[in-house]
Design a protein around this ligand. Structure first.
Ligand code: FAD
Length: 452
């Protein structure tokens, strides 16, 4: 009998691991369970579907179940939900929603690719039909159907995380009046508040009513209740981040780690032999802080899946970890971050300094050179680069990749300030803003600071 790999979850984490295992081992019997009706889609494209830049939901499907079945010989089973794991017998209990029965499926190796789900606040009315989280294409389908039925002239986004803000922009493209309610002083909690403020301002300039420092109290017929009064709402979108779908693993006794995500080593192995995890359901190692973190991003999911699939096939791949790099475009403003923010450095107990500069993404004498703000954080005394944040016009966001690369290389801010980066007037000023911010951060870090 062929060795059987069972994969739970039909998106990046699960199917990435299944595909890689198949590429390396033709003899494996691979079964993939997905409780929804689709495989391998780009959730990242959902805001563009809602905003009308992508025409059809199915345009976001990267690989259909048929392709997995026919080209990769992976037995994809849709509408089948793993409901329990029996690790002693090496069996998964599966609820087949199609025919309404429960069966057991044996495995030799198992991949957990169960992903994450939007965080729902523990507030009255949070389960109402008009309150949507967005994670899967099925969610997007339900949201769009409700938007069409309700007329969606008033949309409220609760939480100023990047998904909430992308959805806020998408609904303005559909002609809705959009209000964002954020409890913290600024949106985008992955940035420091001074950089988050630039994002709030950019959203406001585009007609989005961003209300920071306002707590949501609950949801009622046609309104979101906040501590600053009721806000009319035909439709509510949650933008409070995600929580890992790790209950299946936790209930079976598999160790959980950072943020309640499945604990894994650098080979993506869980605490149980032959059981692997990849994607939003599991943790990653942070290369700057040295601690485990939950970074639910597609770029991370794909890499972890490749590592898990390689190891399942008998290889020895390792996922080095993350530095927390992310980018998002909101209206015409590009936002990017990597490494540790000042707030994160503080939490990690790292004595740090920071510098913030304003510049342009092209030579200032060119017409309409977009402006940008770069903030670089460095460790005091050693000058070690800790992270950066960038908010600005066209050409801003991907500059973060230089800083991310420098973080992987363990460089100091001073070393970054001398990097030989490409220059021509259409691409940057002679001194790229990243180099200038790094130099200033290095200078700050060298000065005697408040100390610890
Ligand atoms: C709107 C939006 C925008 C995004 N933008 C970006 C971006 O710009 N850049 C970026 O890097 N990332 C982005 N992401 C994040 C990225 O989409 C996720 O990191 C990625 O989808 C994670 O893949 P995954 O396979 O781990 O989890 P998921 O995509 O959550 O898939 C998990 C799958 O497992 C299934 N499942 C769960 N439990 C079970 C079970 N018990 N039995 C059977 N099936 C089960 C689920 O139905 C789901 O299909 C975005 C996400 C969203 C929602």
């Amino acid at each position: 009998v062929a060795e059987r790999l069972v994969v739970i979850g039909g998106d990046a984490g699960g199917m990435g691991a299944a595909s890689q295992a198949r590429r390396l081992r033709a003899d494996l019997d691979i079964v993939a369970l997905e409780r929804g009706g689709r495989t391998s889609w780009s959730a990242c494209g959902i805001p563009y579907l809602v905003g009308g830049e992508v025409d059809h939901l199915d345009d976001l499907v990267v690989r259909s179940p048929e392709v997995f079945r026919e080209r990769l010989d992976i037995d994809v089973r849709l509408h089948q939900e793993a409901t329990a794991l029996d690790l002693d017998r090496r069996e998964v209990e599966v609820r087949d929603h199609g025919v309404g029965r429960t069966l057991r499926l044996g495995f030799d190796q198992l991949v957990l690719g169960t992903g994450a789900r939007p965080r729902r606040p523990d507030l009255p009315g949070a389960e109402r039909d008009c309150v949507f989280g967005v994670q899967t294409l099925d969610d997007a389908e339900a949201l769009l159907a409700h938007a069409r039925d309700s007329g969606h002239s008033q949309v409220v986004v609760v939480g100023g995380g990047y998904i909430g803000l992308e959805m806020a922009e998408a609904f303005t493209h559909r002609g809705a009046h959009v209000v964002v309610i954020e409890r913290q002083p600024e949106v985008m909690g992955t940035l420091d508040p001074d950089m988050g403020a630039l994002v709030s301002d950019a959203m406001r300039r585009n007609g989005i009513d961003v209300r920071c420092g306002t707590a949501t109290l609950g949801f009622d017929e046609g309104v979101v209740r906040t501590e600053a009064g009721d806000v009319p709402a035909d439709l509510v979108v949650l933008g409070l981040g995600v929580v890992p779908n790790s209950e299946l693993a936790g209930d079976a006794g598999i160790a959980l780690g950072a943020g309640g995500a499945v604990a894994v080593d650098d080979r993506q192995k869980t605490s149980v032999e032959g059981v692997w995890a990849a994607g939003d359901c599991c943790e990653s190692a942070h290369l700057v802080s040295g601690v485990k973190v939950h970074v639910p991003l597609g770029t991370v999911a794909n890499k972890q899946a490749r590592v898990a699939g390689t190891n399942i096939a008998g290889g020895n791949a390792r996922f080095p970890g993350v530095v927390g790099t992310a980018a998002v475009k909101l209206c015409a403003t590009e936002v990017a971050r990597t490494g540790l923010s000042e707030r994160e450095a503080e939490r990690a107990g790292i004595d740090h300094a920071a510098a913030r500069i304003d510049g342009t993404t092209r030579a200032g004498y060119l017409p309409e050179a977009p402006s940008l703000t770069v903030k670089v954080v460095a460790e005091r005394k050693s000058g070690r680069l800790l992270g950066a944040q960038i908010v600005g016009g066209s050409g801003s966001a991907k500059r973060i990749d230089v800083v991310a690369t420098a973080l992987h290389a363990g460089m100091t801010a001073g070393q970054v300030s001398w990097l030989d980066l490409a220059y021509a007037p259409p691409f940057s000023p002679t001194w790229d803003p990243v180099l200038i911010a790094a130099r200033k951060a290095a200078e700050q870090a060298a000065q005697a600071g408040p100390g610890r």
